[in-house]
Design a protein around this ligand. Sequence first.
Ligand code: NAI
Ligand code: PHE
Length: 354
Amino acid sequence: MNVDDALRWDGELTLTRHDPETGTTFIIRVDSLRHGRSAGGTRAAHYGSPTAALEDAGRLAGAMTLKMAVSNLPMGGGKSVIALPAPRQDIDAATWNRILSLHAENIDRLNGAYWTGPDVNTSSADMDILGDTTNFVFGRSIDRGGAGSSALNTAVGVFEAMKATAQFRGLGDLDGLTVLVQGLGAVGGHLATMAAQAGARLLVTDVNSERIAWAQDFGCSPVSPAEVTATPCDIFAPCAMGGVIDSTIARQLPASAVVGAANNTLADDEAGSVLRDRDVLYAPDFVTNAGGAFHLVGHEVLGWDADTVAGHIRGIGQTLTQVYEISDAEGVSTDTAARTLARRRTDSLEAVAV
Ligand code: NAI
Ligand code: PHE
């Protein structure tokens, strides 16, 4: 995408800042403030260009709006992208601390229109550092007054989604099914453990060999990262970065269903329809991965206790079943059906002043 197209975006607000000292570009995109302040995590990554980072931030912020809407959470969507000068593991501690403090200044300047939280390459410990400069942070450590990591509850939600999808697709329960988890990080690691405990046969892939070794210890079989979308399985669970399934991959993906955590799993608009035509049941990511938002917004905005959060996360399976029913009834992809459900759930709400 060129910079003109990346700027032709229908969200509400973009903040950008460049730090010449570290070579870091900061982007915050607020997609929607219609139903309240916006929220979405901080993603730190090494992008090919600032334009790619800008585009990613817009797409990720849009996904947060859909996630909040379909989950009946009273916030809009936003996202931060920190475009690093090198891969995260090559950034030293002093540079990382400077990056976090500049990012916190940027968030604070938005005066609460945008709240951040953890995402790829940012943790609760990083949220604690942001919290030294700004109050608009979810997911700080529990002993610092936050709700802690959202990863476990995200994985629990994806697991609920997996069970509901297997049932709807006629695969029964997970016992004996082959589940392929891509990305054994904070979410994928928990998900692989839960699926294995439910009796699934686990195939796993990660670019980090230590994570693979960890999973082999409980019986998972490794698959090469390059082979992941060509490996037959019952359920493919993308839990790394987005854009894994484009329409070309959708035409040959050897799976019966796709249920993962990765935000923006589909790389193009056609992929969802291609999967539907091939009877591959796709669980839209902004429905399946809402466990983290229930955890953070539930505990920190709505004052829910752990049981209430857990009840809402169990509801992800029912929401997905509704999505599948709309898809069947209206003859549209599950992605389109989930957008329809998100719109129906918010159409009746009044706009609020932020
Ligand atoms: P993470 O950074 O802890 O884990 C990502 C894992 O994917 C790492 O182990 C990494 O080595 C691996 N990976 C990266 N590129 C890969 C590739 N090409 N092939 C195979 N493995 C690869 O991130 P986390 O928190 O587990 O998030 C995973 C996904 O879930 C992200 O897309 C994130 O936006 C999404 N998500 C996370 C939530 C959370 O609460 N942490 C909530 C909702 C969505
Ligand atoms: N980054 C996670 C997500 O994509 C968790 C998160 C939710 C962070 C809500 C901030 C706000 O859902």
